[in-house]
Design a binder for this molecule. Structure first.
Ligand SMILES: [Zn+2]
Ligand SMILES: [Zn+2]
Length: 369
């Protein structure tokens, strides 16, 4: 089927709808709408995608992961934009968004939007409901990651700038409509790192992995993947040369310096508030697989902080040894707290999973100069 400029114009004006452009050939197994091969059954697919992410993340982060996935889908809109340009049609970003979603909606996918507000840097769109807000109604929260990502991707494709979309109202959250606010932003390191600390994003959203080139970046910082047995290997090698206790001390010191340097890096990126600095370090190390924070308490009588961790990287690597093993983690915690709060501290592990305790528990106390 040949699609021309007059077809787009008729669609935008509402003189025609998508039914004139549906070609279904059951024998060939093809279903084309508006010249593009498509398929049905999106409800099952959408539910499966959300549930796949929910399996590894919480629901809020699963919605964000779907947003990221559909950002790529939205970026495909650049093909349609080029076609329209060739036909001599210049639409504004908002007009183009409306056309994309009109085409999708008439095929049972995207929502028919109305523009609530538009400027060069902000577009606000509203719809009665989206298909994902119906499918995921029982999540009882803003769920429209498909549309958030789709809007971001389309806008990025047609403007060449980065857009960030939030859902202000959602039918699945009990609101009377789904309303999306898209802002053109310069996505800074600080902006992304704070989203991770607030729980609005997981670090997975910002991992740029180019395995063929041998490069991994987390936000804009280069990182490496290491096997966990690095910890046993390094400890055993140090033990051989200097004995067990000094080896523990060397590890403690090295990881304390690392923790401090890490916090210094956050400061250079513009984070200044001490609690945010330490929360950021805890969140990043935790999401990178070093430990899971169970709780952090303050003992006023003893003037000490008590940090309880589940599965530290060392206790997992060493397994059951009958001894404390988490020297690196203890040093790291001390370094994070020293760097964040500008104090001198001593961190000691008082319970360890490798010793048979349920958790690894650390006390952090001020160190006399
Ligand atoms: Zn919604
Ligand atoms: Zn331990």
């Amino acid at each position: 089927m040949k699609i021309g400029r007059e077809d787009f114009e008729a669609l935008i004006k509402g003189e025609k709808d998508i039914t004139s452009y549906i070609e279904l050939d059951p024998v060939a197994g093809t279903y084309s709408v508006f010249g593009v091969k498509t398929a049905s059954n999106p409800n099952y697919l959408i539910k499966a995608i959300y549930e796949m992410y929910e399996g590894h993340l919480n629901r809020k982060l699963a919605v964000k992961a779907v947003r990221k996935l559909f950002r790529s889908v939205g970026q495909g809109a650049v093909g349609l934009q080029n076609l329209l340009k060739k036909m001599g049609m210049e639409l504004t970003p908002a007009e183009f968004l409306l056309l994309v979603f009109k085409l999708q909606h008439q095929q049972g996918w995207g929502a028919p939007f109305e523009v609530v507000e538009q400027s060069e840097k902000r577009i606000v769109l509203r719809t009665k409901h989206t298909f994902e807000s119906e499918i995921l109604k029982d999540w009882k929260m803003p769920v429209c990651g498909v549309h958030m990502g789709w809007i971001e991707g389309v806008l990025t494709a047609v403007t060449g700038k980065t857009w960030y979309c939030l859902e202000r109202k959602c039918v699945a959250n009990g609101d009377d409509c789904c309303e999306f606010v898209a802002d053109q932003v310069e996505p800074s390191w600080k902006f992304k790192a704070q989203a991770v600390v607030k729980g609005d994003s997981a670090i997975t959203e910002f991992i740029d992995h180019r395995p063929v080139e041998g490069i991994i970046q987390l936000i804009d910082d280069p990182v490496v993947l290491m096997p966990r047995f690095v910890f046993t290997s390094m400890m055993n090698s140090l033990k051989k040369t200097m004995g067990e206790l000094p080896a523990g001390g060397v590890n403690y010191r090295a990881y304390m310096d690392m923790g401090k340097e890490n916090v210094e890096h956050y400061k250079k990126m513009g984070i200044t508030e001490p609690t945010t600095l330490s929360d950021m370090a805890f969140t990043f190390y935790s999401q990178m697989g070093w430990f899971k924070l169970v709780k952090s308490e303050w003992n006023e009588a003893k003037k000490e902080k008590i940090i309880t961790l589940e599965h530290t990287v060392e206790s997992e690597a060493f397994g059951s040894t009958g001894k404390h093993v988490c020297y690196c983690t203890a040093g790291l915690l001390a370094g994070i707290i020293e760097g964040s709060f500008g104090v001198k501290v001593q961190c000691r592990e008082i319970k360890c999973r490798s010793k048979g305790d349920e958790f690894c528990v650390f006390t952090v106390t001020n160190k006399a100069e």
